[in-house]
Design a protein around this ligand. Sequence first.
Ligand code: LLP
Length: 419
Amino acid sequence: MNTSLFHKQNKNFFIEEVNINKVIEKYGSPTYVYSKAMIVNSFLEFTKSLRQLDHLICFAVKANSNITILSLLAKHGAGFDIVSGGELKRVLHAKGDPKKIVFSGIGKTMEEIQLALTANILCFNIESEAELFRIQEVAKKLNRKAPISIRVNPNVDAKTHPYISTGLKDNKFGVEEEKAIELYKIASKLSHIEISGIDCHIGSQITEIEPFIDSLKKLLGIVEHLESIQIKINHLDIGGGIGIKYQNENPPSFDEYSKAITNIFGQRKMKVIFEPGRSIIGKAGALITKVEFLKEGAAKNFAIVDAAMNDLMRPALYDAYHDIINLTEINDNPSKVFDIVGPVCETADFLGKERHMAINPNDYLAILDVGAYGMTMSSNYNSRPRAAEILIDQSDFFEIKSRETFAQMIHGEELINNI
Ligand code: LLP
């Protein structure tokens, strides 16, 4: 599989068959660009690696929720992992199949549960006793049976950034093993609940296979125990979390990951659900930004660009590393060490630190590997409009989200004069 988004031909950078300068000329910056082929290929590669399992891949919508991208994945057979009513509406709008939707998250509201029940989704991943009773209540009112899984917190260390680790016992997610069994017993007696599966998700950007295997073994142990008390589990949802290479990481390939999981299932007849986000789309997107100024500080050189922490929050929030390349052909400055920073009034507003690069004012840079958790985590901080999004498909490119206008940004705000 092609793992790099850009390729260079005669000093020009291309995504698929499109010269990136064409996109910049037409849409300016900051702009997110994606390769359709890379998104689809990752999805198909993951599917292929799972061919020996009865499986369903539910793309984690929080990683990238653009409706064209959701529709693209739906057309290739993807289901979806959602965490809000808004994500549910996006998937339905993109013609995703409700019977392939799993609903995760610890704080589902009555309205969200009602929406999901009415849409007839595949499963609610339940994270607490209170949520179980709430779902029973809403289902009873609607006279429907709600299919559920209990999200188990297997207490394994995913060895990832603490903000995106979710499977340890002091995290807010899921319930511990004993509690899960108790909840299954309660659920089996509730009139409007139908036990469907068992679920976990231990974290994100996981670069080793062991944590997945450890949690899977724990879940299968619980499944066996439940079977011994006549509670049947039809599917096992192992969550998302496979990491990608941002810098020096060495994450498992889909094949390695899937092989390890498949081996553990052996002859067991059970559907397996996966909720990948980052590993499907992370490497398929870049953020294009223009260099506004170069500034020599007392201790550092800064390249001040027109993208900022509101467009890409990962560096500020997790100290995340993203490779940055210069897309501009003429580059007569010698390389220097730069911090690449945005215009937002915060020291945390950086996109890259200590990068050895040649940069001139007006150059265009690409911040790489931002297809996942880039656009979805963007905000209007400093009243900056959200970026445009462009999808490249061979020699064509499509504006899948236009740059936000000022009118859109203040939509819903009221100017009340007489106060
Ligand atoms: N399923 C559940 C229940 C999740 O909470 C998540 C991510 C996923 C699936 C997808 O995980 P993935 O395959 O993408 O690792 N904003 C952070 C990542 C937060 C992930 C939260 N949960 C970042 O930019 O690194």
